[in-house]
Design a protein around this ligand. Structure first.
Ligand SMILES: NC(=O)c1ccc[n+]([C@@H]2O[C@H](COP(=O)([O-])OP(=O)(O)OC[C@H]3O[C@@H](n4cnc5c(N)ncnc54)[C@H](OP(=O)(O)O)[C@@H]3O)[C@@H](O)[C@H]2O)c1
Length: 260
């Protein structure tokens, strides 16, 4: 089955780089009109030019900070004005201002992570519902992380909000059906700038070797999953898809069985 999105409009936050750009490419190549948004206009402009090379739908951008409510309204208003609908919203942009034990995290960085990684996906979904999806229907995809399933030495705060985002997905799916579907993708380690410190150099290969799929993820791996959730999956809602090369099922930390 070829997955197509002709005539659909998708909005991808953080669409100018990394996973967001990978998702935008999957959608645009499948025929969707795609609006990307991120803070820096020059980054968005460069991404639009790159995406347009293969797109069969149109690609455009509005620069915005996802933490600012008025900007969410502006981005969605411009998306609907430009393309005539808002069928798919991908809450992808996120931040990680704190690395270290959760117990030492200061309040400004805790608040920043909450604002961008949790409050913004809820508010963007609320506004998408008010402006289009509540009446016409639509699909929301939240980008969490498999980190949300585990504890972590340095990423505890980030992982806590990603776990909360997975729960928010289930809660909103229960509240917003049947007009709106809300699903989530939890990526494993993907080779983007955001995660470079985790995969650059020999460490990356060591992590890859431990995975059942023996390689790290690429933005296109998440793009494929987002396309499936958008062009198929019409009875799927409240679901979290771990797209992680098998990280969550790898065999680790097991004591050897005693012989005899
Ligand atoms: N990479 C991984 O291994 C990995 C694993 C699990 C989950 N994730 C999740 O995947 C998502 C994307 O991560 P990534 O690795 O693709 O990151 P990335 O390469 O750093 O790209 C982040 C994108 O978000 C935009 N952005 C950042 N803060 C923003 C804000 N406040 N408002 C609007 N746009 C903002 C950036 O552009 P501007 O600078 O122009 O704003 C950029 O387009 C995040 O939710 C992340 O938590 C990543």
């Amino acid at each position: 089955m070829e997955l197509r999105l002709d005539g659909k409009t998708a909005l991808v936050t953080g669409g100018s780089a990394g996973i967001g750009k990978g998702i935008a490419k999957s959608f645009a190549d499948a025929g969707a009109n795609v609006m990307i948004t991120s803070r820096k206009a020059d980054k968005c402009e460069a991404a639009v030019a790159e995406l347009a090379e293969t797109a069969s739908g149109e690609v455009s951008y509005v620069a915005a900070h996802i933490g600012h409510l008025d900007q969410a309204e502006r981005v969605m208003g411009e998306t609907i004005e430009r393309f005539g609908s808002l069928d798919i919203l991908v809450n992808n942009a996120a931040t990680n201002p704190w690395a270290g034990p959760m117990v030492d995290c200061d309040i400004p960085r805790l608040d920043k992570t909450y604002e961008v990684n949790l409050r913004a996906p809820l508010q963007w979904t609320q506004i998408a519902r008010q402006m289009w999806m509540g009446e016409h229907g639509g699909s929301v995809i939240n980008i969490a992380s498999v980190g949300g399933h585990h504890t972590s030495e340095a990423l505890g705060v980030y992982c806590m909000f990603k776990d909360a985002l997975m729960h928010m997905t289930r809660q909103l799916a229960a509240e917003l059906g049947p007009k709106m579907r809300v699903n989530c993708i939890a990526p494993g380690l993907i080779r983007t700038d955001f995660a470079r410190v985790l995969w650059d150099g020999p460490r990356g290969q060591m992590i890859a070797d431990q995975l059942p799929m023996k390689r790290l993820g690429e933005p296109s791996d998440i793009g494929e999953a987002a396309l499936f959730l958008s062009a198929a999956g019409s009875w799927m809602t409240g679901h979290v898809m771990d797209i992680d090369g098998g990280e969550c099922v790898k065999i680790s930390g097991e004591l050897p069985l005693e012989e005899g």
